[in-house]
Design a protein around this ligand. Structure first.
Ligand SMILES: Cc1cc2nc3c(=O)[nH]c(=O)nc-3n(C[C@H](O)[C@H](O)[C@H](O)COP(=O)(O)O)c2cc1C
Length: 178
C-alpha cells in the first residue's frame, strides 16, 4: 500500500470481524517495531505475544476492575470489549529503568508502536494501542510472570470493521506555537 494511504487510513480499530490473524503477520508487525529509531539505539522495547487464554484472562481482569471501580468513569470497560473481539494481543514493555534515559526511551517506544500500527494497516489489519491495561499493570505482570520491565501498553490486532466515525483532528494552525 502507498505510504500516504497507510498513514491516512490508520485508525484505532475498535471492532473486528473475528477472522484469524496469521502468526506471520504478527512477526512482520514485530519486525517493523524493531526497525524503529531509538535513543542511542537502545531498542528498549520488549513484547509479550499473548495466547488466547492469556488474552481472555487479562480481558476478564479488566472487566472485573471496571465493576469494582465504576465511579471512576474510565474507558476500561470499552477497552475490555475491544480485547474480546480482537484476534491477537501483545503486551509492550520497556527495559529501561534508569533516569535520564526513561523519557527518550518512551519516545523510542512510541516510534516502535507507530511502526506496528502502520504495518498492521499495510497488511490489511487494524490495531489499537491500549493504555487502560495500566490500571492493572501489576496484576497483569504478576499473572504473566513479567519482572524488571515497565509495562507501556497493550496492543490489539485483528481484521477491522470501521463502523464508527473518524476522530476529528486539530487544524494545523492550532498546532503551531509560532
Ligand atoms: C498512548 C495511547 C493510549 C491509548 N489507550 C487507549 C485505550 O486504553 N483504550 C482505547 O480504546 N483506545 C486507546 N487509545 C486510542 C485512542 O483513543 C485513539 O488513538 C484516539 O482516540 C484517536 O483516534 P484514532 O487512533 O482512530 O485516530 C490510545 C492511544 C494512544 C496513542
Amino acid at each position: 500500500m502507498e505510504f500516504d494511504l497507510i498513514v491516512k487510513s490508520r485508525r484505532s480499530a475498535r471492532n473486528f470481524t473475528g477472522e484469524h490473524v496469521d502468526n506471520k503477520d504478527i512477526e512482520k508487525i514485530l519486525y517493523s517495531a524493531s526497525l524503529a529509531p531509538s535513543a542511542k539505539n537502545r531498542q528498549p522495547w520488549k513484547f509479550y505475544v499473548l495466547s488466547d487464554e492469556q488474552k481472555q484472562y487479562i480481558m476478564n481482569m479488566l472487566f472485573e476492575w471496571d465493576k469494582q471501580n465504576r465511579k471512576e468513569r474510565t474507558s476500561v470497560k470499552g477497552t475490555a470489549e475491544q480485547i474480546e473481539v480482537a484476534d491477537k494481543m501483545i503486551m509492550i514493555y520497556s527495559d529501561t529503568k534508569k533516569e535520564p534515559y526513561k523519557k527518550p526511551d518512551y519516545i523510542s517506544l512510541g516510534c516502535a508502536i507507530e511502526n506496528m500500527s502502520l504495518e498492521a494497516v499495510n497488511l490489511g489489519l487494524g490495531s489499537c494501542i491500549l493504555c487502560d491495561t495500566l490500571y492493572i499493570d501489576k496484576e497483569i505482570d504478576d499473572y504473566l510472570g513479567v519482572q524488571d520491565l515497565e509495562q507501556i501498553c497493550g496492543f490489539i490486532i485483528g481484521k477491522p470493521i470501521y463502523n464508527y466515525p473518524k476522530k476529528a483532528r486539530k487544524d494545523l494552525k492550532e498546532l503551531l506555537i509560532n
